[in-house]
Design a protein. Structure first.
Lengths: 315, 315
């Protein structure tokens, strides 16, 4: 049987899955920790290779491998330029390494972009030719479909969707630049806002179990009526509306999909987001026939995206 | 002989040109004022039809008409949703009107987007598959090529490139929203900045011939050493750098083209723009192998864009 291998590399886990050439369900799936346990010096790339070897089929051919990696990828060269969550991953020729080892065509792409591909082909975005996907998580990643094709850019470092300045005098982003959308509307931004207010003595931390509450805890506190927590989500949603209005003016899409942990806080973020989006669009036309929805494929979006991307590229 | 007709509709003039099916030079060109002289009530659309009739060939077929219009266009329907510079142009079914009158396939698109098409096919953008075009004029318009295709969006109202919020607390844009790139870096924004400073008594107007100097006059004054004028261009260039960095992070293009009156002020705007762009990009990779240049086709970009767009669409 002909097969395809999908790999989703995260800061915590690597997941490898063997898929049939056609069909939606994987044949085998395996998960390992990205970093070896303390004391062992095995590199993430060696662990990744072992993981693929373990699911390699005993019979039949593997026609291609696609790996989703976090961070900035030079897609055409298969090089991970920088993956901040994986120690030492800077200018890693991941594509060539896997291709040399397995002697199989290998594609490398950004994880959020491949999740976009998965949601577009098999999830909430089916049938749309102009689509935006945002994953609201620790940071804000995503992907964009234009004219029925994935937007990747000249060397593959396009769609850094969270890294757009929406407030030139705003708070610093994780990347060091001021006022990016990610610095207002990511999980980290929500946590930082609450933490800063508590540190400034403007609110008290009694409602939280931890001194540095997570965005999920803040969401819980907001639902229980805590004003500071509500305020943090209102702010995140408001600025998300400003940022997404920018994207509507640039792309005029027919579908927007939100994934990631923060999107699971539901109305807490989406109510202020919608209000802000309506206020900031140039014209109501941008909202007519626009589907705004949440991701459908959950943690499997990346793996499914890998397989669909392989199929469309190879076949 | 088979021919094509290109039409460039502006707030001041309408220009119509007859082109051969193949070849770069027009056969006939005609220009009329968009509005009739005082006292006459002839509508712009009737004047446009007369202008096309005048260049209509005596012999041979016209295979298509393409009209470039200012403002927001529902491209698929050929409807001018809103053209603020042309009195009464709101929801004008321009495509159907011309198609019914001339019985010829007619395409309608935004003027800056067709200028982008012209520069891409015959001007400064030849050979690039991922390209950004900005016209820095009264406002900021433009167009975007992704994966070798024009970005238009679902109904054709994409690439409102000047209308992205880069400073949520910034000055109001012509559209009424705060802090758009256009509100910092257009000719109008430069003029407003100087005018406001003079009104506030923070500078004097002696250096200018007019009470409300144009951006061209301000450029002249800046070159002659006037500090306020220099400051106005520094500010415009700085914020243009922030806005364009956003676009680099989204599109990772290989070419950026600037057109429009303000781009003719040269280093006055481009020196602070480059400095700001370098400061605001996520990584130097976005600037490697990136061509930044000015438009080549001048006032003819729109007409040439119309013809190329017709050729690619019809043939």
């Amino acid at each position: 049987m002909d097969t395809l291998i999908a790999v989703d590399i995260g800061g915590t886990n690597i997941r490898c899955a063997l898929f049939p050439l056609k069909g939606n369900s994987h044949i085998t799936i395996k998960k390992i920790r990205t970093l070896s346990s303390r004391g062992k010096s095995e590199k993430p790339i060696d662990r990744l290779i072992s993981c693929i070897e373990e699911i390699w089929p005993k019979q039949g051919r593997v026609l291609g491998i696609c790996a989703a990696a976090p961070g900035s990828i030079a897609v055409n060269d298969g090089v991970v330029l920088l993956a901040p969550n994986i120690p030492g991953w800077k200018n890693i020729p991941l594509g060539k390494t896997l291709e040399n080892h397995f002697a199989v065509k290998t594609l490398i792409n950004n994880d959020a972009r491949l999740a976009t591909y998965g949601e577009w082909k098999k999830g909430s975005g089916i049938g749309h030719s102009n689509l935006l996907y945002y994953t609201l998580s620790t940071g804000i990643g995503g992907g964009i479909i234009v004219n029925g094709r994935l937007l990747q850019g000249e060397i593959g470092i396009a769609t850094e969707v969270g890294h757009i300045t929406i407030h030139a005098d705003g708070p610093l982003c994780s990347c060091g630049q001021p006022g990016h959308m990610e610095a207002f509307s990511s999980g980290t931004a929500i946590e930082k806002y609450v933490h800063d207010k508590i540190s400034e003595g403007k609110s008290n931390a009694e409602v939280f179990n931890n001194e540095v509450p997570s965005s999920a805890e803040i969401a819980k506190a907001a639902l229980a009526g805590n004003p500071l927590s509500k305020e943090a989500f209102d702010r995140a949603g408001y600025f998300l509306g400003i940022g997404v209005a920018n994207y509507l003016h640039i792309f005029n899409p027919s579908c927007i999909i939100f994934g990631g942990g923060v999107s699971r806080s539901g109305n807490l973020i989406f109510d202020p987001f919608y209000a802000s989006l309506k206020k900031h669009v140039l014209s109501k036309r941008y909202l007519e026939n626009l589907t705004i929805t949440t991701a459908k494929l959950g943690d499997n979006a990346g793996l499914i995206g890998c397989v669909e991307y392989l199929r469309d590229t190879l076949l």
